[in-house]
Write a protein that binds this ligand. Structure first.
Ligand code: DAH
Length: 364
């Protein structure tokens, strides 16, 4: 079967075109050559694949062109020619499909990006458990009208000791192993946040109602139960007619908000130079509810803070008349509250930056 010769078809032959130019290749012969070309086609980028599509499958491509040649095929050969053409078309389409992933790839030479891969996750950090608990302490007292106050970590003797009713050589100074700053014998790393009480009473007009979170330092050997730095939250309320009943009710509210309404509290008499009377407050053990465990050392109670009525000497140190004004104060360890809340039994974990520990507080 002979086809009318279409010269434009030869422009796309890649084999020895001259061989065909000599004679008049049949539709069958043309398709055979083109099929060889398709079979050998092995594109490496989207551009090559697109050229292939235009050449074979485009609106002016070879499949279309050869279909128009069908007109000149004698009727008895049409069926066979039609079948061949159909297979040729399928071969071209199959090849195009087989390499279709090249369409999504970056242009050759550039970086290849598979946009179907899941995105790289950005690991989110977590709040430090001490900060989580400190924030909670602060927000409970803020709800009672306390506002946050802060002071320096390097403190002078007056604000850390003397003004708090601990003059030089007072034995209470020995209760806290102090770090002194070598450059100045009058400077210490504050041993408690009670120093902020002094700074506030010195500068703020009365009444004051403050909560003071912050880091404190003591010269302790580091162990599971002691560290050379830790965190405290100090509270102070000075006004006319402030009583021990106000102190108890304030701290009771704090405990029920922090540990739940089932928690019981008890006050034990104690001694602090800056308060009189002084007390330590215990809560019923939140782990064993009083039946006895290692947290409460089988007593059913855990100590959480020290407190008392501000000592008249301390008020006088700041020019406040103790007959006119009274106040209460309290101080708690943030590590202690965190230990009770999350059952952390080694203080060192808080400063080791071990992500296996820190990750456990995700989302808090
Ligand atoms: N400053 C004390 C300490 O570090 C804690 C404390 C006890 C603070 C009684 C107070 C208080 O304000 O009234 O151990």
């Amino acid at each position: 079967m002979q086809l009318g010769y279409a010269s434009h078809i030869f422009q796309v032959f890649t084999l020895a075109d001259t061989q065909y130019l000599c004679g008049m290749p049949s539709l069958q012969e043309q398709i055979q050559v083109l099929e060889q070309e398709i079979n050998a086609f092995n594109p490496t980028d989207a551009n090559e694949l697109e050229q292939f599509r235009i050449k074979f499958l485009g609106t002016k491509g070879l499949v279309k062109q050869l279909s128009t040649e069908m007109k000149s095929v004698p009727p008895e050969g049409r069926r066979e020619a039609g079948l061949m053409l159909n297979n040729f078309k399928k071969l071209a389409e199959g090849k195009y499909e087989a390499f279709s992933q090249l369409k999504d790839a970056a242009p050759s030479g550039g970086p290849t990006v598979d946009i179907t891969l899941p995105g790289a996750s950005i690991p989110a950090g977590t709040r430090h458990p001490l900060k989580v608990v400190e924030n909670e302490i602060v927000s409970i007292f803020e709800r009672l009208g306390f506002s946050v106050a802060t002071g320096p970590e390097i403190e002078d003797d007056w604000h850390n000791f003397t003004s708090l009713n601990m003059p030089e050589h007072h034995t209470a100074r020995d209760m806290q192993d102090t770090f002194y700053v070598a450059q100045n014998p009058d400077w210490v790393l504050r041993t408690h946040t009670s120093s902020v009480q002094a700074r506030i009473l010195e500068t703020q007009p009365l009444p004051v109602r403050i909560i003071c979170p912050g880091r404190v330092y003591r010269n302790e050997t580091i162990s599971a139960r002691a560290h050379c730095f830790f965190h405290q939250c100090e509270g102070l309320y000075v006004d006319k007619n402030v009583s021990f009943a106000d102190l108890k009710q304030t701290l009771y509210y704090f405990v029920t908000e922090m540990f739940g309404t089932d928690t019981k509290v008890r006050f034990r008499p104690s001694y602090f130079p800056f308060t009189e009377p002084s007390a330590e407050m215990d809560i019923s053990c939140t782990v064993c509810s009083g039946s006895g465990c290692s947290l409460c050392k089988h007593t059913g109670w855990v100590e959480i803070l020290g407190c008392g009525m501000v000592h008249p000497n301390m008020l006088r140190n700041f020019g406040i008349d103790p007959d006119e004004y009274t106040g209460f104060a309290f101080g708690m360890g943030v590590e202690r509250i965190t230990q009770i809340k999350f059952q952390v039994n080694d203080l060192r974990l808080y400063s080791q930056n071990d992500v296996r520990f820190l990750k456990q507080f995700q989302g808090l």
